[in-house]
Design a protein around this ligand. Structure first.
Ligand SMILES: NC(=O)c1ccc[n+]([C@@H]2O[C@H](COP(=O)([O-])OP(=O)(O)OC[C@H]3O[C@@H](n4cnc5c(N)ncnc54)[C@H](OP(=O)(O)O)[C@@H]3O)[C@@H](O)[C@H]2O)c1
Length: 242
């Protein structure tokens, strides 16, 4: 699946921010069809775009969306929330897990049959905070770390079924999410280009901006990555019988 051209792509949270930039970039790369997951009615001038009502915490909407999509090559799980907390409120943690972990999980499960059929790809837009928490947003960081672990397990579990699973360790990007946070940020357009470049290059862990790219080499050659590969090999191993 080297190229996005002529492929069918679905982006959750595709109405604004990085998601919207991913939609535009898929169109720029001659995707055949782009489904845009959105929680509000959405219009797009390009006839290749089909909006889908898709709150990733709504099981009925997920099932309806999966039923409406005939085939799918690339599922981009981008929808997410990022709220300040201090871990004193369990509800804040549950809110982040509901969207960033269980929402992503539920969408993947619903679309997996289509992705197996197409030998497609799952692209999970996570965060550098999957690797190290920002203690101003610990609940968010926990949800992204959990979603990263899920991504790593799915990668091993789905490899034998022909589905590639990518983790995107995104750094600070200039969207509504980081408005008011005065730090260097990348543009959503540059991040979207880097994500699809890396998907086309079949890079399993994607570092799509200067802040994340600074960690790419040490991550890829590091002990933790080697350990992930070592443990992933157990999926293909024969079960122990005695
Ligand atoms: N911006 C950054 O610096 C940064 C860094 C690392 C990772 N990320 C990740 O990148 C992804 C996109 O973030 P962004 O910066 O583009 O943020 P954003 O501009 O705030 O957009 C968030 C998107 O997620 C959608 N969303 C939120 N809850 C949802 C739900 N329950 N169901 C469906 N869609 C939902 C929003 O839809 P509505 O418009 O309906 O609210 C919106 O489309 C997130 O997963 C985020 O964690 C961002």
């Amino acid at each position: 699946m080297a190229s996005i051209a002529d492929k069918t792509v679905l982006v959750t949270g595709g109405n604004r921010g990085i998601g919207r930039a991913l939609v535009e970039e898929a169109l720029n790369r001659s995707a055949e069809l782009v489904y845009v997951g959105t929680r509000e009615p959405l219009a797009h001038a390009d006839a290749r775009v089909t909006p889908l009502m898709l709150d990733v915490t709504d099981a009925a909407q997920i099932q309806a969306a999966a039923a409406a999509v005939g085939s799918l090559d690339v599922l981009v799980n981008n929808a997410g929330i990022w709220l300040f907390d201090d871990l004193s409120d369990r509800a804040a943690l549950e809110r982040h897990l509901a969207v960033n972990l269980f929402g992503t999980y539920s969408v993947i499960q619903a679309f997996l049959p289509l992705l197996v059929r197409s030998a497609g790809a799952i692209v999970n837009n996570l965060s550098l905070n999957a690797l190290a928490p920002l203690p101003l947003t610990p609940a968010y960081s926990i949800s992204k770390a959990a979603a990263f672990s899920m991504t790593q397990s799915l990668r091993a579990l789905l490899a034998g079924r022909g589905v590639r699973v990518h983790a995107v360790l995104t750094g600070p990007t200039d969207t509504d999410m980081t408005r008011g946070f005065d730090i260097p940020k990348s543009s959503p357009e540059s991040v979207a280009r880097a994500i699809f470049d890396a998907v086309e290059n079949e890079e399993e862990d994607i570092f799509p901006d200067p802040a994340s790219a600074a960690m790419a080499d040490s991550w890829r050659s590091g002990a933790v990555k080697a350990f992930e590969r070592q443990l992933a090999a157990f999926v293909a191993a024969e079960p122990v019988t005695s």
